[in-house]
Design a protein around this ligand. Sequence first.
Ligand code: CDP
Length: 314
Amino acid sequence: SLVTTAIWLDCVFGCVCHREVIDKVKERYSQPWKKQEDNYQKFRSQLNGKCNGFDKAIITQANTPVGKELRFNGEKKRILKVTPEIFSIFAKEHPFSNKTLNTCAVVGNGGILTNSSCGNIIDSAQFIIRCNLPPLGNGYEKHVGIKTDLVTANPSILVEKYGALNGRRRPFVEGLRTYGNSLLLLPAFSYGHNTPVSLRAVFTIEDFKSSIRPVFFNPEYLQNLSIFWRSQGLKEARLSTGIIMASLALELCANVNLYGFWPFSNHPHSHHALTNHYYDDRKPKTKFHTMPAEFDFLLQLHSQGVLRLHLGDC
Ligand code: CDP
């Protein structure tokens, strides 16, 4: 099929070759998609039992009291004992609605979104999750939408785009405007070097009275999630932001739709070459995570009717 050829092109041109994915895409994406409630409930309760993202994904004053030792998930030997000062910037309670959301859109940053016209359908979801402060205006809106309820920010973005917030901070605050009053999710306690820059982000947001609401990933949740995925057979050093957010969405929403997840260099239908992101062509750090292996698992969930991957134009 066309999808098979797209992945073969990756192999031929020396990118990551995952032959096992090739046949699976062929088989699984060509079937009409239907939600399979039993499979969804089963997967969701596994995730909930092992990770409990609903209560634990985000650090709150309820799940992380003063004196608790936070163990950094990326640096096992590093521990931070919660001081009253740090505690005071934690969210008071977890920010998710107690009712299961109906439809969620998790938007990955893949170049497959370029010219996809998926903006309206993405924006029609009840809860929209985006990764790594992606650009939304400037003509991207039609293809990726404009609404955001939760956006992640890897500290490497803060370092590269905003000088680690060591100098002028206004450009950062202005850059946040497109995300309105969404949640800004920071992995402040994953690696030691993430903490100071994440705290500067929070203080900047407060000092400039930005309406975005900063919160922190709970390293315990991230650790449990990586154990969960390893137990499913996903062997990689680090989970990508996208699979983390898709996993969280499966706990929060009844219908999870993924857009912008396609870690291959040619379009699945029209075969044309794609950039890695819809807004630039920076290559992933394959040293750390292997998105094609994750994609294989997401495709499996798609064919089981647990979540829905969108690979075509809208
Ligand atoms: O933070 P990270 O480098 O993992 O991700 P990113 O490049 O900012 O993109 C966000 C997410 O979109 C990734 O974590 C992947 O899950 C997904 N993605 C994809 O599936 N295919 C691509 N070509 C690019 C990103």
